[in-house]
Unconditional design. Structure first.
Length: 476
């Protein structure tokens, strides 16, 4: 039985008092949920058809600043409205939010045309390209994050100093350490399951306080929709439990980074796995080889959509299970692209480049675009890399910083053909702005250096005063 809601079910829930609020939401550029909470009666009367939001929601940064330099929206253009069109196939109850139903929306302009640079529209365009070839993508995204003992408000009030992971030990698969956070994680698992997501498990990851949640694979759009709802649920339930969480790619120098590995395979219209060929090495079909070859060739072009912030590039460190090289290998976690499930019908590609800070719509869309380019160009897959990719300096390296990734993204002919010039220019501007803002800030590390320097200067000043006083005493 599906846990998603029909309009008739929603009306019945409203009539019997089960539901009094309906959230209508869109994913923004950062993959966060933005929207409105409707009085349920009004939603079923009117808003289920459409509502509206300011178009700046797809042109802001993490701090919700109105960023200049976007072609689609600006102060000069007056920051008008977009139409939020509820996708009723996504409607569900939110068990962690009493009396509340939830629905995702598509963004349309005043002519009811999809807004090209909106995340759902970007992904749908690539899904349509696959469909035109009689194909569909199956995708799953792993999500890692850190859980802290403090609440969001406590950390803010302390200026994010003295942050304490909820466990004090590497908790990768560690059942005792993860027991310390089970009060939160159980509510996350059961809450998402109750909202209609097929939850597989939660587990500890490779640092103190680091957790992972896995949800069963689905079609590309459903997986992206699930991904943003998971992040929202984790944050809301953590807030309710008096805990803070972060999906930063690298929250601390000494901690492992948090990833969002993207597993993907292709099926035909009947659901048969196109990546599988029982007679091929590792059961990798020619189509799969070409798809993977495309991902390798265009890995630089799509990195921005998997590592969109300055902090994202702190994660790419040797010996941390985050990749540094764009190579492929069978079941090798040092490679940027890992082939999982070799010699089975479930054979698939795992892209390990993305951090947990990615926008899933953009990341999945550009992964598909790169794979399709490989198929269309009939690319040959290079030989499998064997060994420790971290220590081989001859291998192609993942872009080392945000400006390098922005440049590759902006100049990508493949992405301009697949996504459109307006989309590429829009998200290149977003990356450019992130770097610009970073360069204007005094980082915590630099602040501490100046603070220490200031303290040393004071000490030297006191020493000089004491020295002078000593001389004066001797003279007197």
């Amino acid at each position: 039985m599906s846990l998603l809601l029909s309009m008739d079910q929603l009306k019945n829930y409203i009539a019997d008092g089960t539901v009094d609020t309906v959230i209508a939401a869109i994913p923004d550029m950062q993959g966060r949920l933005m929207g409105k909470r409707f009085q349920a009666e009004f939603f079923v009367e009117t808003a289920w058809e459409e509502t509206h939001c300011c178009n700046y929601l797809i042109a802001t940064d993490l701090d919700m600043e109105t960023v200049s330099g976007y072609e689609s929206t600006s102060w000069e253009a007056g920051y008008g409205d977009y139409i939020m069109k509820p996708d009723l196939k996504t409607m569900r109850l939110l068990p962690w939010s009493p009396g509340t139903a939830f629905v995702l929306c598509d963004l349309l302009d005043h002519h009811h045309i999809p807004v090209a640079h909106s995340p759902r529209a970007i992904l749908k365009k690539q899904i349509d390209r696959l469909a035109a070839m009689g194909l569909a993508a199956n995708v799953a995204t792993e999500l890692e994050f850190f859980v802290f003992k403090e609440s969001f408000e406590e950390l803010k009030d302390s200026h994010y100093q003295g942050i304490t992971p909820i466990s004090g030990y590497n908790e990768d698969y560690h059942l005792f350490q993860t027991a310390k956070e089970e009060g939160l994680m159980r509510k996350i698992r059961t809450g998402l399951q109750g909202a209609g997501l097929r939850v597989e498990n939660t587990k500890g990851e490779a640092s103190a306080g680091q957790a992972e949640i896995n949800v069963y694979y689905a079609d590309a759009l459903t997986t992206a929709d699930n991904h943003v709802l998971i992040k929202q649920a984790v944050k809301e339930i953590a807030f309710q439990e008096g805990r803070a969480v972060t999906f930063m790619a690298k929250w601390h120098r000494d901690a492992a980074g948090s990833s969002s590995h993207i597993h993907q395979s292709i099926a035909d219209k009947e659901g048969n796995p196109v990546f599988y060929d029982s007679g091929a090495k590792n059961a990798m079909s020619k189509t799969m080889q070409q798809y993977l070859a495309g991902m390798l060739k265009y890995s630089d072009d799509i990195t921005l959509c998997m590592a969109p912030y300055v902090n994202s590039y702190k994660r790419f460190m040797e010996g941390t299970f985050a990749p540094t090289k764009c190579v492929w290998s069978v079941d090798n976690r040092t490679a940027g692209f890992r082939v999982v499930g070799p010699d089975t019908k479930g054979v698939r590609v795992e892209c390990r480049i993305g951090g947990s800070d990615l926008n899933p719509y953009l990341a999945i869309a550009t992964n598909i675009a790169a794979g399709l380019a490989g198929i269309e160009e009939g690319l040959e897959l290079p030989p499998e890399y064997l060994g420790n990719a971290y220590i081989d300096d001859s291998l192609h390296q993942i872009p080392k910083n945000l400006p390098a990734a922005v440049e590759k993204f902006r100049n990508s002919k493949m992405l301009r053909a697949a996504l459109g010039d307006d989309v590429v220019d829009h998200y290149a501007r977003a990356g450019e702005w992130e770097q610009q803002i970073f360069e204007q800030q005094v980082t915590v590390t630099v602040f501490h250096i100046f603070k220490i320097y200031h303290q040393i200067s004071i000490i030297f000043s006191y020493m000089q005063v004491l020295q002078i006083s000593s001389v004066a005493i001797k003279v007197l």
